[in-house]
Design a protein around this ligand. Sequence first.
Ligand SMILES: *Cc1c(COP(=O)(O)O)cnc(C)c1O
Length: 350
Amino acid sequence: MKQFNLESIIRSNIRSLTPYSSARSEFDGSDSVLLDANENSIATGNNNLNRYPDPLQQELKQVISSVKKISQGNIFIGNGSDEPIDLLIRMCCTPGVDNIIICPPTYGMYDVAAKINDVAVQTVVLTNEYQLNTAEILKQVNEYTKLIFICTPNNPTGNILNDSDIQLLLENFAGIVVVDEAYIDFADKRSWLCELSKYPNLVVLQTLSKAWGLAALRIGLAFGSQPIIMLLNKIKAPYNVNYLSQQAAIQALTKNNSLSNTVNTLKLQRQHLAKELISFPFVSKVYPSDANFLLVKFTNGNAVSNYLLSKKIVVRNRSNQPLCKNCLRITVGSPAENDLLITALKEYQS
Ligand SMILES: *Cc1c(COP(=O)(O)O)cnc(C)c1O
């Protein structure tokens, strides 16, 4: 078991940084005379929109804490999960020096966020069964490797990655293992959140954009040890989550069962769609999915993608990704949308 030392994987300029202290971060409460942030104090007709929002989103964190059974000090809220992805890279990786490891085919933002920061990306392709090649990952790790990004259920393949493999990485990698669980609420599996206290080098990402149906709010969640969360807070933009999004998220998360209702419907639709798709002679495989999409292998993926586009049906062409030749990623839509897709494919067949 490798010893994890957070200090040693944080960039030195971030370690020594004195963060921006926003006017409002010195205040915690209401009914005060707020002459600290140069807001327009007399423009009060607009439901608090004249005031800067809570920089640490404490009311929303309280709600998330009770939904997820995680202490507030272990929660970071970002402007979508793309924000913590970028912040983790900036927090740990010195541009032009350090690197991250990703395991394609996977979510595209890890690679892009690293490259925007001039951070090298080492790729270790998944096995033919779409599982982690842990031996190769550990072989690729060098003294400059700060982060390993893992996505489970994986986008675009839809499957869960084996717990034992992720555990092996957590125990043998001296940097941070980021486990992106954007689709966890569609899976019949425990979240890695349950293991947070056991692994100081584990960061779990979740989002309100998928199962919660709140993509427009741009609310992403990162869960990790208190020192990691404090570092993320130190380097984030001061008011990174806007007031309207915070309020809307609080409302949605406190409403009973708003998650499970649509999730169950989508899971049934996923099953239905998979059965319909596999019956087409030009579909060679529908991969099992624990997410709200299906990876589907066609005899000619590009042709099907272009045909669907001509019918104004947009799916994600993943055929240029490793291990995804002729594959399209199809989001499970509403029953009506799924029927339109099947109808279009029947036309394509004839
Ligand atoms: C959709 C998706 C996200 C996106 O999250 P936002 O919170 O909307 O930024 C993150 N990770 C994966 C794997 C995704 O598919």
